[in-house]
Ligand binder design. Structure first.
Ligand SMILES: Cc1ncc(COP(=O)(O)O)c(C=O)c1O
Length: 397
């Protein structure tokens, strides 16, 4: 056969999949950069600041040890799991068994994706927030599940209306995905909301996957709760957490699943076929981050707060609809003049000014008409991005 005409077909479950939005954005940005354009990226939620020195020191010390370079225990070392358990006790007053109720992940994205694979059968309903972090729906679709969108609307403070879920949908649902503090909206979920969600899950036999990587990035005195603080939550919930944002360690790929022991064990079994755990010095330094002095986080959060205010002020000046978020690292902004096409808006903004923001539609149909700005970029660059945006909106729109 002529090799040029040989078409390789992917498996059906990924045939209709598009690359992750940021993969295609990266290509466009590379092209613009090659033309000499100064690009300011405020699209991705990747913290620009480094972790505290004591965490890096631990990584280096640990990496210098000869006995730290082999395969690590599946699902994380006992020391890391113990650190996760102690962190949950100290930070949230929640008791978890380090061995049975915690699991180290290669970042929480890995655990979230794998959760869909270990829980969902074809035909199961997966309750997915819209807008939401794209992995909840992608893992559901790849597992053959039916995605039922839960609209997150400004008028409901971006919380899903659990009472509006039709009974037959709730009956067929296997998993509900929640994420507070929220990406992309920056909304927060109160303990009362979590109680309601846990009740709803108990009544309908639904598993809660709560994704909480922003729980330690809070402003204005707000303190984010864990869903595991709700009595009985561990019967039906697993919480995903991460060192990526809390400790500025996104590239390290370290996160954790915490909660229901059965779910943790399914994830562990699945992972044991897929990966061979994390580099031991990373787990070591991760434990140090979780157990060490947490005071530096306050100063870091103050930096995000300043950026939040800077961004919010500029957006308001040119007619965006914005509520300053109390947590997470995003500003969610409704486009001015009731414009709807967020993809077109962001593409034009990028081409005309070199500023890259994320179109709201990437997070689901209810994200249309919005854009998301990440605060994980150097303050002076965010300043410059806002200057360019304000001038552009005033003169070009
Ligand atoms: C809501 C949410 N969940 C999970 C993740 C994944 O984080 P990581 O895999 O780095 O732990 C992100 C990253 O942006 C996120 O925004």
């Amino acid at each position: 056969m002529d090799s040029k005409s040989f078409i390789i077909q992917p498996a059906d479950r990924i045939a209709s999949f598009k690359p992750y939005f940021f993969a295609s954005l990266n290509q466009r940005i590379a092209t613009l950069k090659s033309q000499g354009i100064d690009i300011i990226r405020i699209d991705m939620g990747s913290p620009d600041l480094p972790p505290a020195d004591f965490i890096i020191d631990r990584l280096v010390e640990s990496a210098r040890r000869a006995d730290m370079h082999g395969y690590t225990q599946m699902g994380g070392t006992p020391a890391f799991k113990k650190a996760v358990s102690e962190y949950y006790q100290k930070r949230f007053g929640v008791q978890v068994d380090p061995q049975k109720e915690t699991l180290a992940l290669l970042g929480s994205k890995e655990g979230l994706f794998n959760l869909g694979q270990v829980l969902l059968n074809p035909g199961d309903v997966s309750l997915v927030p819209d807008p939401g972090y794209p992995v909840y729906s992608s893992t559901s679709i790849i597992a053959g599940a039916e995605v039922y969108h839960l609209p997150l609307l400004a008028e409901n403070e971006y919380l899903p209306d659990l009472d509006a879920i039709p009974e037959d949908v709730a009956r067929r649902a296997k998993v509900i995905w929640l994420n507070y503090p929220n990406n992309p909206t920056g909304a927060t979920g109160s303990l009362q909301f979590f109680e309601k969600a846990v009740n709803f899950a108990h009544q309908n036999g639904i598993i809660i996957a709560h994704d909480a990587p922003y729980a330690d990035i809070c402003f204005d005195g707000y303190v984010a709760p864990s869903i595991l603080q709700v009595p009985g939550a561990k019967d039906i919930a697993v919480e995903f957490n991460s060192l990526s944002k809390t400790y500025n360690m996104a590239g390290w790929r370290l996160g954790m699943a915490v909660g229901n022991a059965q779910i943790v064990s399914y994830l562990n079994t699945y992972k044991s076929q897929m990966d061979s755990s994390t580099f031991a010095p990373i787990l070591d330094a991760g434990a140090e981050a979780l157990l060490g002095d947490q005071e530096w986080l306050e100063e870091r959060n103050q930096v995000y707060k300043e950026r939040r205010d800077l961004v919010t002020d500029a957006l308001v000046e040119v007619g965006f609809e914005v509520v300053p978020p109390k947590a997470a690292i995003y500003v969610w902004a409704g486009l001015p003049l009731k414009r709807r096409d967020s993809l077109e808006f962001c593409a034009r903004l990028l081409d005309d000014t070199g500023v890259s923001m994320t179109p709201g539609i990437v997070f689901g149909p209810n994200g249309e008409g919005y854009l998301r700005i990440s605060l994980g970029t150097e303050t002076s660059r965010i300043h410059e991005a806002m200057r360019r945006l304000v001038t552009w909106v005033k003169t070009r729109m």
